[in-house]
Write a protein that binds this ligand. Sequence first.
Ligand SMILES: [Zn+2]
Length: 422
Amino acid sequence: MTPSWPPTPADVARLLEALALAEERSPHYRARFAAAGFRVAELRDYDAVRARVPRTAKADLVAAQRAHPPFGDFLAAFPSELAAVHVSPGPLYIPRLADEPGGTPVLREAIGAMGVRRGEVAHVTLSYHVMPGGLRLHRAFEEYGCVVLNGGTGASALQLQVARDLGATVYAGTPSFLGRLADQARELGWYPRRDLHYRLGFSTAEALPQVLRAELEGAFGLELFDHCGEALIGPVAGECRLHAGMHLHARDLFCEFLDLATGEPVEPGGTGELVATHLGRRALPLVRYAPGDVFRLLPGACPCGDHSLRVAFVGQVGAIRKIKGVLVHPAQVHRVTSEFPELGRFQIVVEHPPGARYDHAVLRAGTVRPPGDPAALARALAERLRATVLIQMDVELVPETEIPEGAAPPRFAEAMVDRRGA
Ligand SMILES: [Zn+2]
């Protein structure tokens, strides 16, 4: 069963079982819980877990593995029990037990939700090299009953030939590589819609903005499904055929969504940071692991009949700011600016003028070429921002060279200029 949010008593019982297992088997968590002054047996409900169990950050794992290579003091298994080791950027070493599903059952379900048929040829283009993404998806498509091409990354001309010759109907990988395949196909003199046979696409590991989705769907005549996950915790959520948000479908994860300021649970309709705990036995259990991902929880039930919570990815926690009471991430603004071909990098400047009641936000939008009608462009941009990011911003058009390169996607490190309290 997929744990619900807010959690049911049965979900909390599974969470407490996982915490007890981590305390019993992992020296790291045993020491950490003791230092925080509790034993898992004393925790009675979810509120007690939230109040007493500390979060785990990626930095904790990195530090532990540097101090005690290769796995740090997190390991909750004997080395002889390990079946595989995956590498995650850092590098971080993530060992796996033979019976640890590593997200595959969940991916199989996500593949079914897209309408993939058994026997279809699936072309997987995530990396198979060192990182676990490609292998994980490959196993899932194979177990689902597809014929799987291990494409990997790069070698796009060869990949196109293989996909065409073998009649691949399902694409799985990043949207940017699918875009690369479209360009490469045209360079070969092919017409992607006619010469390739993709009808469904599993899009993951990158954001899928509306404009890019429409462009790729148009180029190939396929239907894309957005999915999200994280390197250490695996797949988290994916779209159903109604494409109205991503259903939370990680059965082996207890997912919390917590308010960025207060740490309190967020209700559907709100926006919160994901904190995830592995359920079941793991070689390297993660307890209250916070990858820094912020999601909006969509209210109401999906008409598809799947009652699991639906989420929309907002962005990474570091670049997010609350402006006029609304959480804003530069990635959301970028989705809007990328609808306008004249626009490049941008900065959001937030001020709280002395004596004013509200914050004042200005979008400094860099133009890559002089717009035909600057006033109309600024007006259209402000309207789209109001409609999609739900915030009123003044728009100021400047040449892109005036915007620091550090403001560029995907990191947006200098995209937010917060002058409040300055
Ligand atoms: Zn649905």
